[in-house]
Structure formats: C-alpha cells, structure tokens
Design a protein around this ligand. Structure first.
Ligand code: SAM
Ligand code: SF4
Length: 327
C-alpha cells in the first residue's frame, strides 16, 4: 500500500486493549475511564482486520495497547496472526509485568520480538512512575523473555527531566549487561495529564547522549530499522544498539511506513493527527464482504497526513492518550 506521498505503508500496530495494569504518569491519568467491552474489537475482528491488511501488503504487525498481555486470549491471537501468509514479523510492546508466565507461551506461539518498557531501576521510583508497577516482577519478566528464547529484545525508556534522567547510564548498563537494545524516548503530548508539566519534564535525546558520553564512548551508526529510532552503539559493549525516538527534536515523518489500529477499531493514520477511518463500523456493517473493508483501508491511505507537529508547551494537541493510540 502507498499513501498520497508515495510512502510505502507495510507496518500495522494494533492496540489489542486500552486497559493496563499500570498507570504510567506520562501515558495515563490516574482515574482512567476504559472502554466498555462491546466497543472493543473482538479477537476474531482483530484477526479479520489483520488478515485484510496482510493481504494488502502489510509485512510487520506489532501488538500493543494498553498492555497487550492483560487481554485474555492473546497467546492464541499471536498464533493465528503468525500463521497469516505473507506476514514477515510479529512483534509486541509490553510493560513486562506478565512475561514471567507468558514469555514461553508467546515464544512458542511464534511471536518474533519483544519491546519491554523500563523507566527506572529503583523500585520506589518505578512504582511512582507506573503508579502500580512492581519492578522485580518486570525484571523477572525481562529475564523470562531471554530464557524463553527471545533475541533482539529492546527496552524502551521514556526520559523525564528531574524524575529519571539521573538513571540514564544505569539503565544503559542494565541493557548492556544483558545484551539488550535500548531506546530512549522523548515524551509526547498525547492526552491531558495533571501529574507533571510535559514542557518542564522535557529531556531531549541530545541531552541523553550528552549524559551517556560522560560514562561511555558513543559511536553513531547508520543502521536503521523500519521505525523512527536513530541508532548508536557504545564502544565498551558493541552488542547493544542504543536508539533515540525524538519526536520533538528530530522529525521522522518522511520515512513513516506505519498506521495504527485502535482497540476500538479505528485506523489512525498518524500518531500526532486525528485523521482516521472507522474500520469497526465497516466490518460490523458489512459482514462477509471483505471487499468493503479493502476499499475502506485503501481509501484511508489517501488521507494519511504528511507529518505531525508536536509543540513543546502544555496545551493539549492530541486528546487521545497513548494507551488509546497504541504506542
Ligand atoms: N503497555 C505497553 C508498554 O508500556 O510497553 C505497551 C503500550 S505503551 C502505550 C507503548 C510505549 O509508549 C511504551 O514504551 C511507553 O513508555 C510509551 N509511551 C506511553 N505514553 C507516552 C508518551 N506520552 N510519550 C512517549 N512515550 C509514551
Ligand atoms: Fe500501561 Fe504501557 Fe501506558 Fe504504562 S505506558 S500505562 S504500561 S499502556
């Protein structure tokens, strides 16, 4: 599939639930209202939509949320998606809390790769940032993923000034010790939060690199994946890749290859814009008519915006929270 700017769109991120066992301060409000079950896509609907996307040329699918591992039936869904002819890579982004018990079943179901979020190695700060999370459970989940056979696992860390920026090098060392990749993410202005000022908490990728350079020798790398990260390595431990997602300081839109399906079945064409198509309505309104779905997906590609414009102030630009968006 191509959009109107001739970008090839072959990557679909699916939010399988808006629910989560954590309430990370940058992602959710403390008292979130979650969607009633009837508004969420069923597993069969997710599968039907994914099959249509793969038939149209999607080569990579990432399951996300919310927390994908709190959705009942997730392992079976992985198994069925992995079997779609033409799909090359099935990945998942998880907070790691359920991986202690699910890493092995997920690996056996054919899940190819995992991204796991980790913002602090201090149990008290970890609890503060996630509001409910248990650091030891997540570290056990990270270790279970490796033991189950997952390779090229990547940690994601959202850096907030004055909260976890002092842990940048400890988190990096944690990743290097386990030969994991690590991506540092700048906070994005998705949804209204009251807990901190997003403008005041901004810590740029440039500042992260300066901090890393105090302890390691950073070597810039020309490598890229199909994502928005720019990669570096450190001379002291060359096995790990260090990525930076910098929506404020580095615009990655020109090479965008992805669209996002929300838990409600809305296809979002861009993380930072509201352009979307209601695929659930098409699916439920025209059962047994896959050509209607195909037409709706192809029509949606034509309205994919050229780029997002995140500003560094606290005014709400996108009202959707990340758990709705499928980060
Ligand atoms: N629950 C899973 C997790 O935390 O990995 C998957 C969903 S979560 C929305 C996906 C990623 O988005 C996580 O790495 C999280 O840290 C990141 N994220 C959430 N809200 C964000 C925001 N406002 N700005 C930047 N990254 C955010
Ligand atoms: Fe849950 Fe992930 Fe959002 Fe944290 S970032 S609240 S773990 S969905």
């Amino acid at each position: 599939m191509q959009d109107s700017y001739s970008r090839k769109i072959d990557y679909l991120r699916i939010s399988v639930t808006d629910r989560c066992d954590f309430r990370c301060v940058y992602c959710m409000a403390e008292d979130m209202q979650f969607l009633p079950r009837a508004r969420i896509l069923t597993l069969e609907e997710i599968e039907a939509l994914a099959a249509q996307f793969v038939a149209l040329g999607t080569r990579k699918i990432r399951l996300t949320g919310g927390e994908p591992l709190v959705r009942a039936g997730i392992v079976g869904l992985c198994e069925r998606l992995k079997a779609l002819p033409g799909l090359q890579e099935l990945c998942m982004t998880s907070n790691g809390s359920q991986l202690g018990k699910l890493a092995q079943p997920l690996f056996d179901a054919g899940l190819d790769r995992l991204n796991i979020s980790l913002d602090s190695l201090d149990p008290a700060l970890f609890r503060e940032l996630t509001r409910t999370g248990d650091l030891h459970q997540v570290i056990a989940g990270i270790d279970a993923a490796r033991a189950a056979g997952f390779r090229h696992t990547k940690l994601n860390c959202v850096v907030l000034k004055g909260r976890n920026d002092h842990e940048i090098n400890d988190l990096l060392q944690f990743a290097l010790d386990r030969e994991l990749d690590l991506t540092f993410i700048e906070e994005m202005p998705l949804g209204t939060i009251s807990e901190h000022s997003r403008a005041e908490a901004f810590f740029s990728s440039e500042q992260v690199r300066e901090r890393i350079s105090e302890r390691y020798t950073l070597i810039s790398s020309a490598e890229s994946t199909s994502g928005p990260s720019r990669y570096w390595r450190v001379a002291e431990a060359p096995h790990s890749r260090i990525g930076f997602i910098s929506p404020h300081s580095h615009n990655f839109c020109a090479t965008c290859n992805r669209v996002r399906l929300t838990a409600e079945g809305r296809l979002l064409l861009c993380l930072g814009n509201e352009h979307s198509a209601d695929l659930k309505a098409v699916l439920r309104g025209h059962p047994g008519q896959p050509h209607k779905l195909e037409k709706a997906i192809l029509a949606a590609m034509a309205i994919k915006p050229w780029k997002h414009e995140f500003r560094l102030d606290d005014e709400v630009q996108v009202v959707r929270f990340m758990n709705m968006t499928g980060g």
